[in-house]
Design a protein around this ligand. Sequence first.
Ligand code: AHG
Ligand code: MN
Ligand code: MN
Length: 344
Amino acid sequence: MERTTLLQHIRRQEKINPGATGEFTSLMAEIMVASKIISLEVNSAGIGENILGLTGKINVQGEEVQKLDDFSDITFTKIIGQSGTVCAITSEEKEDAYIIPAEDNPGKYIFMMDPLDGSSNIDVNVNIGTIFSIYRKKSAGDEVTDEDLFQRGDEQVAAGYIVYGSSTIFVYTSGQGVHGFTLDPSLGEFFLSHPDLKIPEQGSTYSANEGNWGIWDETQKNLVSFLKEENPSSGRPYKLRYIGSLVADFHRTLLKGGLFMYPKDKKSPEGKLRFSFEAAPLAFIVEHAGGKASTGDTRILDITPKGIHDRLPLYIGSQKDVEMAESHLAATVKKGGWFKWLSG
Ligand code: AHG
Ligand code: MN
Ligand code: MN
């Protein structure tokens, strides 16, 4: 059986892209290298002490290898920062943007990342991952400005994630379909395993932290109660699936369909998840797979952030499920929308 590697796939897509200079391919190749290092750390470390807190090991930069969030942040920053393809890196783990110094030969892309998503699951050996987003530098001249760091979601050049779990899977889109690659650890190579992923138009699961019921608003409670009602003709009740790692909950939703929600609540009135590092990249992926992503009333990709760490509510998944959620959250049952959804 012909096995396509991740790099072969990216090069093929580069060939059909007239303006390609190879810089994007180089950047993706470096992301792949960093993801293999994290995958090795997560898997060889197994569970328990050595991926929690300080490991006592000294890494290649002479720093004490800290907990996996920091280890991932340092690994991606060093490798991508020295790749000559980006001029700035923003990270969930960094207060400010890291501007690539002139001596490291800055490139034309901006790289944004959640270096390790699902930190609460690290020590129980549950899937965790890295989420990334790539924009093109927009402003004239060498300086990196707010115009470069705060771009509308649909100005992304590419987005992707890596799930470190029973197998390590790399999913990305550069606007020409969504494609998944599985790491063959014996070869250290990612091979195409999920070509041209499309999310089912409607699913049968919802994914939310119901532990927050007490701090949700009424429309959110009504929505989840609706999903749990006995109504076989409209596919309800939906099953609840919630891992607590966005990247893993999203990966399941992308493959099986359904609705992932992290609504705003009294504890997080803006929402908990970050625009640049979680919502925008996953929204870019889900839309290229035929799904939808919104704050409950605004398309994620229409949003331009004001700050590196902006947070927002997130409803993401199958088109019909997100639309149903939006019509509920509008608190008025739009006749066509709601009954249209019900009749399937
Ligand atoms: P991170 O580990 O990068 O901070 O992200 C954690 C996020 C996301 O992965 C997950 O969906 C959500 O936090 C879980 O939040 P709750 O524990 O509040 O459900
Ligand atoms: Mn995260
Ligand atoms: Mn994180």
